[in-house]
Design a protein around this ligand. Structure first.
Ligand SMILES: Nc1nc2c(ncn2[C@@H]2O[C@H](COP(=O)(O)OP(=O)(O)OP(=O)(O)O)[C@@H](O)[C@H]2O)c(=O)[nH]1
Ligand SMILES: *[C@@H]1O[C@H](CO)[C@@H](O)[C@H](O)[C@H]1NC(C)=O
Ligand SMILES: *[C@@H]1O[C@H](CO)[C@@H](O)[C@H](O)[C@H]1NC(C)=O
Ligand SMILES: *[C@@H]1O[C@H](CO)[C@@H](O)[C@H](O)[C@H]1NC(C)=O
Ligand SMILES: [Mg+2]
Length: 384
């Protein structure tokens, strides 16, 4: 190789590195923190002045001990919807996430509830992490059954489902939760500053160390939705959902991605739904996708049909159908390397992922290829 050619290659390499660090790993500064503005006694950490809890400067100095200084956080947060009564399960989940991943990064937590979190709840959560924790209340109109829902029809629906022995058949709060997770969480003021989120629930398990940053992975690879478990839905909870989806597709063919994942949802080109969906109690995803035009129109259309209350439409099939139809199939990611359990199913990595992650699960005990798993259909999207 001639000297000129070597110099040329070196210059290209340096420019490439510079681009990588300035554009791709763009430094992200999280929310300004009330605690920074003079809460030296740390009172707001315990008693909670609506949102902030932590002294960011101490947290940054701690994080920088273990984090390469050029690589800072993505524009991302954890999202945790729960009740005050979920305290012990919430603490268990947050502690594992901190130990297995977040103590090295310091991503903030956003906890949401339709009631105010109690002082005791905030106090017990606050000791788990140096990262900022924001406690938020959900606006009533985004939580409760809308006035225009025909309560007689909703009651009939609940009774019918109860007679079919379906879990949460008679529960209105469960329906509020599914609708909120489908259409509103990403509109909450505490989530406005963020693009990516990782959804966490009480009493889940994170089995493995996460030795990289999944948020940055999402960003660098143009992913919009990440999951660990995929399974079939209980059809009786969504009897008219697919017809509603088909009606939307007919009205809005422009939102359907040319490279969509319809083959994951349907075995006959969209005529019927095979009930496959991503289990949404674990999600690493891009809120700008939910905030975007296609999903907004889609959610509003579903909402107008009342199926969140007349039936029991879950946020899992709603999110999954939208991601599969409005995004490219390669924008959906199976996090094979993240060990996760939400009763009664778990995903345990295998091979090097299992060993490198110091996973505490049995790699032979994983839902991936179980009878009701849809991972085969997901894999098939990318073969041939
Ligand atoms: N604030 C609040 N959070 C709720 C309510 N119902 C459910 N959640 C939360 O919403 C998420 C999903 O509810 P879960 O009860 O876990 O529903 P699930 O995962 O389908 O079922 P199980 O975990 O098997 O009970 C969890 O994070 C709950 O803490 C509620 O009425 N109020
Ligand atoms: C809470 O915030 C308000 C306005 O931001 C402030 O006036 C008040 O002193 C704060 N309370 C505590 C306990 O920090
Ligand atoms: C983070 O993402 C949100 C949503 O896209 C955006 O409004 C906000 O400006 C972003 N923040 C930064 C610092 O890039
Ligand atoms: C998983 O099961 C296979 C077949 O039974 C066995 O050979 C293997 O040792 C098991 N792996 C672990 C880590 O237990
Ligand atoms: Mg749950």
């Amino acid at each position: 190789m001639s000297p000129r050619r070597i110099i040329f290659l070196v210059v290209v390499f340096v420019i490439g590195l510079h681009y990588l660090f300035t554009v791709v790993f763009k430094a992200y500064t999280p929310l300004p923190n009330l605690a920074d503005l003079g809460d030296h006694l740390g009172l707001s950490k315990i008693y909670g002045n609506s949102t902030s809890t932590q002294d960011k400067s101490s947290h940054l100095s701690r994080v920088s001990d273990t984090t390469p200084s050029l690589i800072s956080r993505a524009n991302a947060t954890f999202v945790f919807l729960c009740r005050n009564s979920d305290i012990n399960g919430a603490i268990s989940s947050i502690q594992q996430m901190e130990d297995r991943f977040n103590k090295r990064h310091g991503y903030p937590w956003v906890l949401l509830n339709e009631e105010p979190f109690t002082d005791e709840f905030k106090k017990r959560v606050s000791v788990l992490t140096e990262a900022p924790i924001h406690f938020g209340q959900i606006p009533a109109e985004q939580w409760h059954q809308p006035k225009w829902i025909d309560e007689g029809k909703a009651t009939d629906g609940r009774l019918r489902m109860m007679s079919q022995g379906i879990i949460y058949a008679g529960s209105v709060p469960y329906r509020n939760m599914c609708r909120f997770n489908s259409g509103f969480f990403f509109k909450h003021e505490l989530l406005q500053p963020f693009r990516y989120y990782w959804r966490v629930e009480p009493d889940v398990k994170f089995f493995c160390d996460v030795n990289y940053d999944p948020f940055k992975f999402m960003q660098m690879n143009d992913k919009i939705y990440g999951f660990t478990i995929s399974l079939v839905e209980w059809e009786a909870t969504i009897p008219t959902l697919w017809n509603t989806v088909k009606e939307f597709i007919t009205n809005h063919p422009e939102y359907i991605s040319p490279d969509n994942a319809m083959r994951y949802l349907s075995d006959n080109g969209g005529e019927t739904y095979n009930l496959c969906h991503f289990w949404s109690n674990f999600e690493i995803s891009d809120m700008d996708f939910w905030r975007g035009e296609a999903y907004q129109k889609f959610f509003n259309f579903l909402e107008s049909k009342g199926g969140f209350y007349y039936e029991r439409w879950g946020d899992a099939p709603v999110h999954s159908i939208a991601a599969a139809l409005f995004a490219r199939k390669d924008q959906i990611h199976f996090f094979r390397d993240i060990g996760y359990r939400h009763d009664p199913f778990q995903h345990c990595p295998n091979g090097n992922d299992w060993a490198n992650g110091r996973c505490s699960c049995d790699p032979n005990d994983s839902f991936d290829y179980a009878q009701n798993s849809c991972i085969r259909k997901f894999d098939a999207l990318f073969s041939n």
